[in-house]
Design a protein around this ligand. Sequence first.
Ligand SMILES: [Zn+2]
Length: 272
Amino acid sequence: MLADSITPGTLKSEDEHRREICTAGRWIHGRAFVASTDGNISVRLDARRVLTSPTGISKGLMSPDDLVITDLKGRKLAGRREASSELAMHLLIYARRPDVHAVCHAHPPIATAHAAAGLALNKALLSELVISLGCIPVARYGTPGTPELSEALEPLVQDYDAILLANHGVVTCGGDLLTAFFRMETVEHFAQVSLASELLGKQVLLSGGDVEKLLGARARYGATTAAKVSPDCPVTSDSLASAACGPERISVTREELEALIEEAVRKDRALR
Ligand SMILES: [Zn+2]
């Protein structure tokens, strides 16, 4: 294995998992997906143990013996440091998703900006994104490091492999560490493309038929995503067109609204 690489799969020794989590830490820090000591990464070691990054250290500066082993309830089994403060979020995902063996949490800037704006990355803008993740929803806000965050994630973890955390960041998961890391990279890249196309002032979405064909090709591309597909995930040109046929929307200024209310009140008084 190359010194600074992560290989696919999960059949590895504990030492290899430790080295690879440190490599993933350097990658998320080196790509500015986190600042300071932010972010956390974990791997499911076996049916009862999780290996996680520790709290309070830059993810770019971890060494293998900084990592912590806990059970699936978060009780420390080994390690001189303390486990990540966001471990509960990882444990929720492991509990609900037997197919998941690695979780990555980071704050990549453009994806996190979408999370701060409450905007899901759910438009059918890129064919590869439809294949790999489908769409990326936003979980409602929950205070980091508290059960609120897990409660906010709970309705989504079963159906999505990448989730924006409102006013916070991103969590991704996968069948192995490389997949979880790649999904983090994909989320930030898609967020950048999405923002750039927004700035260009024009987004041409794929149609429902295009999306159907891409979903049919998932197996051919080896895509393993759990992503649910629904009429608004991802949003297609067809779903936008049918939304446009919905109830008519109008906009009024504050002055116009006040004038309308005043007039209604005046008419009401005149009738009494
Ligand atoms: Zn965070």
